[in-house]
Design a protein around this ligand. Structure first.
Ligand code: AMP
Length: 419
């Protein structure tokens, strides 16, 4: 087992890691950090949750710290991300890991005024985290000069492709110096990303890591068979459980997200909604409230939830099942991050049964059926609360036949015993 010291990470950064309670490197960190400190290019095949951000951020910070201060100069490191939320998150990670270094960074994304971003660019930067659209805009207006970039990261490249950013990326790459160290990270390797990797990386080290147990293995998953009209009551009932401390509720539509958030607010549950119709500022506020615990529940559509990494999400609720089964796996991967436990609860009405079957085929297991509490009115047999606890590590369970009753018992506060 290696330590950050063994990997060659310098003292001020190690101090920051200790402050963040990182005890040991994750597999992608162990493999990528020494190669990057040597100056190699990297092709990293890894998902969020593996610690990929620190895998590139730590060596970049270390290299930047070794260079001269850059007051009044263009950035030496550039990180491109597909979404604004991921950009903010990556910039926050740089700040956290670099807290004992004297480095300047900025984050650029669209949907907000550009004046503060232009000001930041003028003041001189060590690193810049940006989404492609806004960066190109500012480049075209002559505000962003990238002639000094010697370290480049393309994060979540497959999402860039999904979101139609590949042409923008190629235009940005064309404006960068050829002599540089480049890193491309992607959860999957479709042909177009492989081609992009070929063109932008020079003899890269390839590091591929499986997520630390896939979400499907890590997350405790249950499904309620429940009529649409009763989903609202079921959600309220479940949320009486104080163990549901930090909950993301997924809906299929923006309208649905607003409705669920409003209904929760009516019952006194602090909830915020994020979806594509909200302004960037409103989305960021909702996320900040959720991260800080001011909102206990975040109601989200799938697109809005892309790239979001909030620590300590105890439960995912699929208020509506997605019709694309892979989306289910993305959703449940928002809990049980970095070794923590987590639960996913799905509400399935009759019309959604085929979606459930598709999901079970994809995850190659049947999802345990759990009865709704009788107060919610799902039938006379129901006597079971409620949300599975998220404190204990979710067991890796093999495929099981569907069961009608919860197999575990005990350990539940009396207040939760419904009916
Ligand atoms: P990422 O895959 O970069 O999105 O990181 C997933 C989560 O793991 C983030 O919340 C990080 O703060 C956390 N993390 C990354 N590296 C470590 C580590 N070595 N020890 C503990 N947590 C970590």
């Amino acid at each position: 087992m290696s330590t950050f010291f063994d990997l060659g990470v310098a003292e001020p950064i190690r101090r920051a890691l200790t402050a963040s309670s990182y005890q040991e490197p994750t597999p992608i960190q162990s493999r990528a950090i020494p190669l990057l400190l040597e100056g190699r290019d990297l092709l990293g095949i890894a998902q969020t949750g593996t610690g990929k951000t620190a895998a590139f951020a730590l060596p970049i910070l270390q290299r930047l710290a070794e260079q001269a201060p850059r007051r009044g100069r263009g950035p030496a490191a550039l990180v491109l991300t597909p979404t604004r939320e991921l950009a903010v998150q990556v910039a926050a990670a740089f700040k956290t890991y670099g807290r004992y270094l004297n480095l300047r960074g900025a984050v650029l994304y669209g949907g907000v005024g550009q004046v503060p971003q232009v000001r930041a660019l003028r003041s001189g930067l060590d690193y810049l985290v940006a989404t492609p659209g806004r960066l190109l805009d500012l480049m075209e207006q002559g505000h962003a000069q990238l002639g000094q970039v010697s370290l480049l990261v393309l994060d979540e490249a497959d999402r860039m492709l999904d979101m139609g950013f590949i042409r923008d990326i190629r235009r940005i790459l064309a404006a960068l110096p050829r002599k540089r160290q480049s890193m491309l990270l992607s959860a999957t390797m479709p042909a177009e990303i492989a081609r992009l990797a070929n063109s932008m990386l020079d003899n890269p080290a390839r590091v591929e890591v499986a997520p630390t147990g896939t979400a499907v293995e890590r997350v405790d998953q249950r499904v309620f068979h429940i009529a649409t009209a009763r989903k609202r009551a079921l959600l309220s009932e479940l949320l009486r459980d104080p163990d549901m401390r930090r909950v993301i509720v997924f809906t299929r539509t923006k309208h649905g997200a607003n409705r669920v958030a409003a209904q929760l607010a009516e019952t006194g549950v602090s909830a915020a909604a994020i979806h594509g119709n909200k302004s960037q500022a409103a989305r960021q506020n909702a996320l900040d409230d959720f991260r800080s615990g001011r909102s206990r529940v975040l109601v989200a559509t799938d697109i809005a939830a892309r790239g979001i990494d909030v620590e300590g999400v105890t439960h995912i609720v699929n208020y509506e099942l997605p019709n694309v089964p892979e989306t289910y796996v993305h959703r449940i991967g928002r809990t049980a991050r970095a070794g923590a436990a987590g639960s996913a609860l799905s509400f399935c009405d009759t019309a959604e049964r085929p979606y459930l079957r598709d999901i079970e085929t994809l995850v190659r297991r049947s999802i345990e059926v759990i009865e709704a509490p009788r107060t919610v009115g799902s039938g006379p047999r129901a006597a079971h609360p409620i949300a599975p606890k998220a404190e204990t590590k979710a067991p890796v369970r093999p495929a099981q036949p569907k069961r009608r009753r919860r197999p575990r018992s005990g350990g539940r506060p009396a207040s939760q015993a419904a009916a």
